[in-house]
Structures are given as structure tokens and as C-alpha cells.
Design a protein around this ligand. Sequence first.
Ligand code: UT7
Length: 318
Amino acid sequence: MYSRITGTGSYLPEKILTNLDLERIVDTSDEWIRTRTGITQRHIAAEDQVASDLALYACQNAMLAAGVTGKDIDLIIVATTTPDMIFPSTACILQNKLGIENCPAFDVQAVCSGFVYALATADMFVSSGKYRNALVVGTEIYSKILDWSDRNTCVLFGDGAGAVVLSRSDRPGILSTHLHASGSYSNILSAPGCISGGKVQGTPYISMEGNAVFKFAVKVLEEVVHEAVAENNLQSTDIDWLIPHQANIRIIQSTAKKLGLPMKKVVVAVDKHGNTSAASIPLALDIAVRDGRIQPDQLILMEGVGGGFTWGAVLLRW
Ligand code: UT7
């Protein structure tokens, strides 16, 4: 028994913030952002939107594509670093918004690797036969945890959501999943605030040593993509599509180069979305599925890296 993705969906908030808009907010330039990151614009959620609102639209699209309704869904996993509230989990809030009753629903917190972690978790439940159809979602509103006066971070991130339906299948599907974490690097990327006595203690905004994160990301992504390919006795050149976490075009190019893959085999969305953390992989996937790039039987490698540090990959046959 295997699990396979039977439908994808995504949602981006209406408001677009361009690099030129950012030039009016902080001491930056369109040229710096484009050349250092590949980003030209990002979407920003409305003041009253929360992560479950974005997830709702993405899930509705994914369920429509998979030809399933709420009655068919028996597991919901949401990857998010920007939950609606401390509790209940965003997955439970989403379940209610979807009108789904009585299926397990929980959040996964692995920052930008969140979707890879959530998909690997759902695969365990679905391929073991425990559940039939899982909704796996990455949804983020990073605009609410950015210090808009910090040019080191505020130009990098955006809001959005992506979702897949992962269904039981007698043919693969997901071939293998590879998860890693190293808490000893937690200090180079964090939002170190906490709640105490009902008040935020410390800073709730993202703080990042960009260069250290960049170097770490390039190193571990190379390791994990080779691990995924080797475990399946495949060559990296067998990969039809690389769907990477969309943080920086230079990190994406570096991974593609180390795999020996031309950029025409890489799905890139960072230019239009910025870094949407746990949402970035399912957002990119949905675009490439809907524009017809991804075709049946193709080999797809997803990879992500993020705060924690966490990193991982999922290799699958479409
Ligand atoms: O999703 C996983 C988590 N995040 C990432 O993967 C991000 C990883 N890191 C990166 O993408 C890159 O390190 C950055 C895009 C954040 C920065 O690029 P960089 O080439 O590593 O630049 P840098 O940090 O070495 O900074 C170069 C210069 C500095 O000025 P000085 O000290 O050389 O005078 C910064 O102050 O660029 C300056 N700078 C900016 N200038 C204009 C930093 N941010 C900006 C900005 N606009 N927004």
C-alpha cells in the first residue's frame, strides 16, 4: 500500500507588495533584492485574514482537484509557523471551517521544512492503511511576524497557502521521505518571543543571520537530495522536476547544479511569492500541476530547509 497526491490547491492573498513598494518602507532597492534573492514581489494577507483562512481556499481547490469532499477526508495536518492563535491548533480551526467532523487534525511546526515534515507524517498514516485521504497543508502569514523596519528580513518573506490531498493507492506515490533536524543551529534563525503572564516576552519578530543560514541551507540540501536519490537506487538526472523550498533563487540554483539538473527542470516561484515558509513547496507544486508541466509517472523531488534547524526531502512518482 502506498500514498499518492491526488489533488493540489493553493491560495495567495490579493495584495501584492513589490520591491519598489519596499523601497518606500526601508533602506533597500529593487536591484539588491532581485540580485541577492530573485524576489520581485510577494503577497500580503489582509489585516483580518488568519492562516486558516488562506488554508481554507487552498484545501477547497485541492479537494476539488482530487474529486473528494469533506466526508472523504479522515486526517488533516497543517504545517505553519504563524498559527491563528496559541490554541486550538490551526488544523482544528481549519477542520471546522471546512465543515469536517471528527477526523484527527493537528499542526506541525518545522518552519520552512514544515510541508515536507507534514507530508512525511501523512505518508506514514496513509501508506500504513490507517487513513484513506489526508489533507496536508502549508499556510503562513509571515507579514505578521516581520519587523517592517528590518531590511535584513522584511524583504524576504510573503504570505500564502498550498495544500494537497494524499490518498491511499496501490501504486506509488511517495517513494521515500527524509527528515532531519539539528537544534544546535536554533540561534541563527528564530522568532525568540514567548508568552508569559499574558504578555509577549522577548521579540516575536524573525531574527536571522542571513549568511550563516544561506551556507547551512546549501550544505544540508545537497546532502538530503543525494540521500533521497541514492536510497531509491536512482540517478539525480532521473528527476523530472525539482520542487524546492522557495527562499532564495541562489540556494535553488546551487541545489540544482549539485544534482546536475538544468533550471528548466526546477519549479521556481520565489520571484512572485517570496519565501512563504511552509507554504512555498505546495504553492510551487500547484502552479506546475495546473500549468501542465507535471505529468503522470514523472519523478518529483521536493526539498526544504528552515529554522530549528530542520531539513528534509520527499521523492515521489506523480
Ligand atoms: O527559508 C529558510 C530561511 N531563510 C533563508 O534561506 C535565507 C538565507 N539567506 C539568504 O537568502 C541571504 O543570506 C540574504 C538574502 C538574506 C542576504 O544575502 P547575502 O548575499 O548573504 O548578503 P549579506 O547578508 O552578506 O549582506 C550583504 C550586505 C550587507 O551590507 P554590508 O555589511 O556588506 O555593508 C547588508 O547590510 O547587504 C546589506 N543588506 C541589504 N541591502 C539592501 C541586507 N539586507 C539588505 C536589503 N537591502 N534588504
